[in-house]
Design a binder for this molecule. Structure first.
Ligand SMILES: Nc1ncnc2c1ncn2[C@@H]1O[C@H](COP(=O)(O)OP(=O)(O)OP(=O)(O)O)[C@@H](O)[C@H]1O
Ligand SMILES: [Mg+2]
Length: 430
């Protein structure tokens, strides 16, 4: 394992979004670990979806990324006009811009897309603008494209003389070649997890080799096997977190049934007395021990399976090597007992030394550990139909650094809010 424990700059360091779903205008800086917290329907998932839109548009096409989300009308921000309750407008376009750091040489990049409706309704959407700049050691390149009034895409940089269909993006084309290939590969490798218990339990056909956990939890069996084979120290660390979540659990393993892989778990069924814990910690409890019982994936509790899914998303081999540069997880605490959820935070924090991690949460219990620095929080709130996302105010952060135990309680009571924007917006904390 070559990774260092130094905190490298995060892959996505800043995201600006305009006109996308409830995000009228937001500008969010991200760290190696970011926790998006806020009430239901405040816009947490919309924010992650904006980053995922970039990945989807590059991996498939902007048209497919829009179709997956129910069409342009459901993606474009609907604006209620105050005072005219019978009227609502829909934005004509949306913009998503990301600032990125590339490993291992500290390259930097910005990428921005602006997509809108076609007033002539000839196309389902138009790429109004796309721009990219890439700064690598010893090499600076950039391109930008704009739509002309004749609906031709004017391309500046990238490919000389390129003519583009007004619905398509240029980065997937220029990204076939150096130096843009590194940027495209990294953007395509971002993973957005929204785990489903049934999918995590599925049998996985090993004749199709899979090296990554699917975004709904596919291939857990194969990935668990890879982790045990390639990174046994991280497999042991994953088992350690699982033991925190479920004290009688000894470890989780790949289970092979013919050509199919799934998971199983070893449990201790004897007395949970001190010598047992000593034996676990000394790795002296093994299958075959009369007090060790193995259960198959269908027999495992929902919390066991989901906990494994979350930990595998974080510690899968390609996240450990940062081949996956960003892992986002929707509500990792689901189905975990409140008294145990805080240990998930330690796992998120450990994983964020190797790949960038963003999670959404509703859970005060996840924040109920002294390891949570208030600067990892991005508070999300909906004010008049518009999502605001921001850090806590400096004043609140200072208070919480002095009294870390107050964080979870303030969150539980709904008292944590994004700081007022520098130009003095409304509805902000204190
Ligand atoms: N096109 C749109 N224009 C304006 N607002 C929208 C649009 N699409 C969705 N929304 C708003 O976004 C809300 C959903 O936001 P989102 O799914 O991000 O919430 P969340 O914070 O993830 O909530 P939860 O914690 O319940 O998952 C909707 O209730 C709606 O108010
Ligand atoms: Mg959500």
């Amino acid at each position: 394992m070559t990774s260092t424990h130094e905190q490298a700059p995060p892959f996505v360091s800043r995201v600006r979004v305009q006109g996308f779903r409830s995000l009228a205008e937001c500008d969010v800086r991200l760290g190696p670990l970011t926790v998006l917290a806020g009430f239901n329907a405040s816009g947490k998932s919309n924010f992650l979806d904006a980053i995922m839109f970039v990945r989807d548009a590059l991996a498939y096409s902007p048209g497919q990324a829009i179709a997956k989300r129910g069409g342009l009308e459901s993606v474009l921000r609907r604006m209620e006009s105050p005072g005219e309750s019978d009227r609502s407008d829909i934005a004509d376009s949306f913009l998503i811009a990301v600032e990125l750091s590339l490993r291992p040489d500290g390259g930097r990049a910005t990428y921005e897309v602006c997509i809108g409706r076609d007033p002539q309704e000839e196309f389902t959407h138009l790429v109004l603008r796309e721009s990219c700049s890439l700064h690598l050691p010893g090499e600076d390149v950039s391109f930008s494209t704009d739509l002309t009034s004749e609906r031709q895409r004017n391309v500046d940089g990238g490919i000389p003389g390129a003519r583009l269909n007004p619905e398509e993006l240029l980065l997937p084309i220029v990204g076939r070649l150096a130096p843009y290939d590194r940027l495209l590969r990294a953007l395509l490798a971002m993973r957005f997890y929204d785990l489903e218990t049934d999918v995590l339990r599925q049998l996985d056909d090993t004749r199709v080799r899979r090296t990554q956990l699917g975004e709904r939890g596919e291939h857990l069996g194969q990935v668990m096997g890879l982790l045990a084979g390639q990174h046994p120290e991280f497999k042991e660390s994953l088992d350690g977190y699982m033991r925190w979540l479920i004290p009688s659990l000894l470890g989780v393993d790949q289970r092979l049934q013919g050509d199919y892989a799934t998971i199983q778990a070893r449990f201790w069924t004897g007395d949970p007395v001190l010598p047992f814990w000593n034996a676990v910690n000394a790795d002296a409890v093994h299958p075959g021990d009369p007090h060790v019982q193995v259960f198959q994936s269908e027999q495992l509790s929902e919390g066991t399976v989901r906990g494994m899914g979350v930990l595998t998303a974080l510690f899968q081999p390609e996240a450990l090597t940062a081949t996956i540069p960003l892992v986002t997880i929707e509500e990792p605490e689901i189905a975990i007992h409140p008294a145990r959820v805080a240990c998930l935070f330690d796992a998120l924090h450990e994983a964020s030394h190797r790949t960038q991690v963003i999670v959404t949460t509703q859970s005060s219990d996840l924040l109920d550990t002294e390891g949570v620095h208030p600067s990892v929080l991005r508070m999300v709130e909906m004010v008049d139909g518009v999502t605001r996302i921001g850090e806590l105010s400096e004043h609140t952060k200072r208070n919480l650094i002095k009294n870390p135990s107050h964080l979870a309680e303030m969150h539980r009571q709904g008292h944590l809010r994004p700081a007022a924007p520098a130009n003095g917006g409304q509805g902000a904390e204190r």
